[in-house]
Design a protein around this ligand. Structure first.
Ligand code: NAP
Length: 283
């Protein structure tokens, strides 16, 4: 399957990428994890048309990157788009450079497509962090740089120190998580050519949603699942692409299917206006 992309002046990303948080363990490596099964799942996703893999040095303390490295070893590097993130405790100049090299070694690749600051550090100055990020681009270690969990205000501050475009902002954004919509970050990104990459795009897991009846109504109308409706709502927005962890084959299939049809504009509007913000989507 060919997955469509969204473009800014500088960056082009598939509308759906593979998330890898909790692959190989949570914050630490899980020694009982089904590594081989997860490697196979990543390969299955790539064979099904997924090109963008999102990871981070912190996921399973580097073990997620190791598993991705094994999964992609037989694929043509040029056909893949690999994003990883430097944890905020590593935002000092030397640490950023070391983290990037360590990620490359774990992933077994010569360069990163996209390198993100995982979250802003309240005390380490952007000037210092971006000195390293700029150098990584200059040396060809990374093709593009970006950030994650940044507000419009933080983006505006950071860009003063970046010699290269801050190409994307990876944020928690879904029908039920709309903080970045309310605080103007989404609009700021659109206006400034910064692609929004939505994580947990299908909503949080947890207790049943108050908005369930609206999702259920939409799911019935489109003959889709509630998660598919929720994912569709995110990726149908201008300047927004999504990520999903989808290790189980049925989740991969369901999420890929969500790329093949559209919500009508009046349903997009209803979901935007009527879905109760701050509740969880559970099915
Ligand atoms: N920048 C950040 O601070 C940040 C924070 C959180 C996440 N992220 C990134 O964003 C990615 C996505 O976020 P996430 O993993 O937290 O949430 P997610 O993509 O919503 O995945 C959460 C769970 O939903 C399941 N799932 C996937 N598709 C489904 C479907 N169609 N129906 C029902 N369940 C489905 C997955 O199961 P299976 O995997 O078992 O199939 C997974 O366990 C992460 O993996 C990570 O790469 C970034």
């Amino acid at each position: 399957m060919i997955i469509s992309t969204k473009k800014t002046k500088v960056l082009e990303l598939p509308v759906l990428g593979l998330g890898t948080y909790r692959i190989g363990g949570d914050h630490e490596r899980d020694l009982h994890n089904d590594d081989d099964g997860q490697i196979q799942s990543i390969r299955k996703a790539l064979n099904a048309g997924i090109k963008h893999i999102d990871t981070a040095e912190s996921y399973a303390a580097g073990h997620a990157e190791m598993l991705i490295g094994k999964a992609i070893a037989d694929f043509d590097r040029k056909d893949l788009f690999i994003t990883t993130k430097v944890s905020r405790r590593h935002h000092h100049y030397k640490d950023v450079l070391e983290s990037a090299q360590a990620s490359l070694a774990r992933l077994g690749i010569p360069y990163l497509d996209l390198y993100l600051l995982h979250a802003p550090h309240p005390e380490i100055p952007f000037r210092e962090t971006f000195k390293a990020m700029n150098e990584l681009v200059e040396k060809g270690t990374v093709r593009f740089i970006g950030v994650s969990n940044f507000t419009a205000v933080q983006l505006e501050q950071a860009k003063q120190y970046s010699q290269y475009p801050i190409t994307c902002n990876q944020i928690h954004y879904s029908l039920s998580a709309r903080d970045y919509e309310r605080d103007g970050t989404l609009e700021y990104c659109r206006a400034n050519g910064i692609l929004v990459v939505a994580y947990r795009a299908m909503g949080d897991e947890g207790t049943p949603a108050v908005g369930w009846s609206l999702l259920e109504e939409m799911a019935k109308k489109y003959r889709k699942t509630a998660k598919q409706i929720a994912l569709r709502w995110v990726i149908q927005q201008p300047n927004v692409v999504g990520l999903a962890k989808m290790i189980q084959p049925q989740h991969l299939q369901e999420n890929l299917d969500a790329l093949t049809w559209e919500l009508a504009s009046e349903d997009m509007e209803r979901l935007t206006d009527d879905f109760p913000i701050g509740v969880t989507i559970n099915r």
